[in-house]
Design a protein around this ligand. Structure first.
Ligand SMILES: Nc1nc2c(ncn2[C@@H]2O[C@H](COP(=O)(O)OP(=O)(O)O)[C@@H](O)[C@H]2O)c(=O)[nH]1
Ligand SMILES: [Mg+2]
Ligand SMILES: [Zn+2]
Length: 295
């Protein structure tokens, strides 16, 4: 007999329903109401609803965290829940937007999520970006070089991601989906098919959750450029920049924003090249963005 209820994890959300990985099977589940907002990574309970002609979501477990992106109108839009690690993907081609990398890292820091940098397309060489990668290594950010096309570094990456759920972010074209394909080819093909069926042609920006191992998963999240900061931290962008946060204890004013204030130890550190000017510029941009969001 077929199960009439159970629990599972949401692989993708497509507006009118969600794709759920239940025990040994994958189900399309309808949402209970219009206001039920469910994202990939959510743990849910489902049941066959007599009124509906298929399984329906009954409840959602409390989330450990929720990653939200900022949409074009400046509003927070949920992307994925229960994330343990952010993996920022870059490549020599397309040329990296380092401000974007800094904002991703800062967004993760503000949510207490571990971060790693994946340098993909190693087969094309990495000379053009080596100096910037050295900056991140110097700041103790884990950096892994891989090539999803040749398989180079993929087994090391698998080991690195063996625990918990990792959210992949990065510019379009850096190879996020190719990395998922290199790690879990069968799962990737199956999930793509199942979500295509349900989504139709329109949605290309839905995050998708792929099981990696018994206790791990990888989430491909296209179209994420800025994370919504936790409201409580809107005025503390500096916590996303470890080297700026470290210098801030020496600023004259305790609530220094490191913008124009006199006696700012952060600006002195930039002049003395203890903080790279580019990272400081990233901080200033993020600070302005958060101020705009707070208004
Ligand atoms: N040379 C090279 N190209 C790659 C590699 N990984 C992905 N690509 C190419 O980069 C392009 C974008 O890949 P895709 O996975 O769609 O990127 P996404 O937009 O980040 O998901 C495609 O043309 C891939 O074939 C790699 O390791 N080496
Ligand atoms: Mg993709
Ligand atoms: Zn300061």
């Amino acid at each position: 007999m077929k199960d009439t209820n159970g629990s599972g994890i949401v692989l993708a959300s497509y507006g009118r329903g969600v794709l759920v990985q239940a025990d040994g099977t994958t189900l399309h589940c309808a949402l209970k109401g219009r206001n039920q907002r469910i994202v990939c990574g959510d743990r849910v309970a489902w049941a066959m609803a007599p009124s509906a002609d298929g399984p329906c979501i009954q409840s959602v477990e409390p989330r450990r965290n929720l990653i939200e992106r900022i949409d074009a109108r400046g509003r927070a839009e949920p992307v994925a829940a229960n994330i343990d690690r952010l993996a920022i993907v870059v490549a020599v081609e397309p040329a990296p937007d380092w401000f974007l990398v800094d904002r991703y890292w800062a967004g993760a820091q503000l949510k207490d999520i571990a971060t790693a940098l994946i340098v993909n397309k190693q087969d094309l060489g990495t000379d053009a970006i080596a100096s910037q990668i050295a900056v991140y290594r110097g700041l103790r950010l884990a950096c892994l070089e891989v090539a999803s096309h040749t398989g180079a570094g993929i087994e090391d990456l698998r080991t690195e991601l063996a625990d918990g759920a990792t959210l992949l972010v990065g510019q379009s074209g850096v190879g996020k989906s190719s990395i998922v394909n290199a790690l879990v080819p069968e799962v990737a093909a199956q999930t793509a098919e199942l979500t295509r069926e349900a989504e139709g042609r329109h949605t290309t920006t839905t995050a998708r959750w792929y099981r990696l191992g018994p206790a791990s998963a990888i989430v491909d999240a296209p179209g994420v450029r800025d994370f919504a900061p936790p409201a409580s931290l809107v005025r503390a962008a500096e916590r996303g920049f470890i080297e700026i946060h470290a210098q801030s204890v020496n600023c004259r004013f305790k609530d220094c924003h490191h913008m124009e204030e006199p006696g700012c130890a952060v600006r002195t550190a930039v002049i003395n090249q203890l903080i790279t000017a580019r990272r400081y510029e990233s901080y200033r941009r993020l600070h302005r963005l958060y101020e705009k969001l707070a208004r």
